[in-house]
Design a protein around this ligand. Structure first.
Ligand code: FMN
Length: 188
């Protein structure tokens, strides 16, 4: 178990949120996830397209995703790596995916993707403020057609933004950012 940072202000939540991939076993309540999605959807979205969909993944489907990923790793890296991956992924308590409307218009597609990423970060911050950690993954399994089939996603209509793990953190890793002076450019 980990000491969860006290998040009293929005600045604290933004600064202290970390990607979590080591979880305590219990799954956070569905109401907490729905409350975070309720906040996530207030992300900016050009032309009010609300292009996001949040796919809540149940235990049965999560097991299938683990199986799919295990086989993928087995093909690429062999049995030992596959078994290690299976053990790690099987310990993840909560699963969801975010998808975005597909558009033929490249500008709209880019804006909608950006809006979905804003929604994903809102989700992460909303969960973090309730003591729930998230990991956003775009790993190879999410690009398999079978992954979309498992979730009933039509790739002609929806783009996968990511697969998200959630749960109560068992540990929190450090992360670093470049100094502000390195990322700011002044223009007169
Ligand atoms: C679009 C996107 C895709 C990501 N995909 C992965 C991933 O496949 N595997 C992973 O371990 N982390 C993934 N991450 C998490 C980043 O590795 C993480 O945000 C980064 O290391 C910074 O850590 P922090 O979130 O704790 O600040 C992803 C993050 C984003 C925004």
């Amino acid at each position: 178990m980990t000491d969860f940072p006290q998040n009293s202000t929005i600045a604290d939540v933004i600064r202290h949120r970390r990607t979590i991939d080591n979880f305590r076993p219990e799954r956070p309540p569905r109401e907490a996830i729905l409350a975070a999605i309720d906040l996530a959807r207030w992300a900016p979205n050009h032309k009010q397209t609300e292009p996001w969909r949040f796919h809540l993944i149940g235990e049965e489907t999560a097991r299938e995703i683990v199986r799919l990923n295990t086989e993928l790793v087995r093909q690429q890296k062999g049995d030992t790596a596959a078994e290690a991956k299976q053990n790690r992924w099987s310990a993840v308590p909560g699963w969801l995916a975010i998808t975005c409307d597909v558009s033929d218009d490249p500008i709209r597609a880019e804006e909608d993707y950006a809006a979905c990423c804003c929604a994903a970060q809102n989700l992460a911050l909303a969960l973090w403020s309730e003591g729930i950690g998230l990991k956003w993954t775009t790993g190879p399994v999410t690009r398999l057609e079978e992954f979309s089939h498992l979730l009933g996603i039509d790739l002609g209509a929806r783009k996968i933004i990511g697969l998200f793990w959630y749960g109560y953190p068992a540990s929190i890793s450090n992360s670093r950012r470049k100094p502000v002076e390195e990322i700011v450019e002044e223009h007169v």
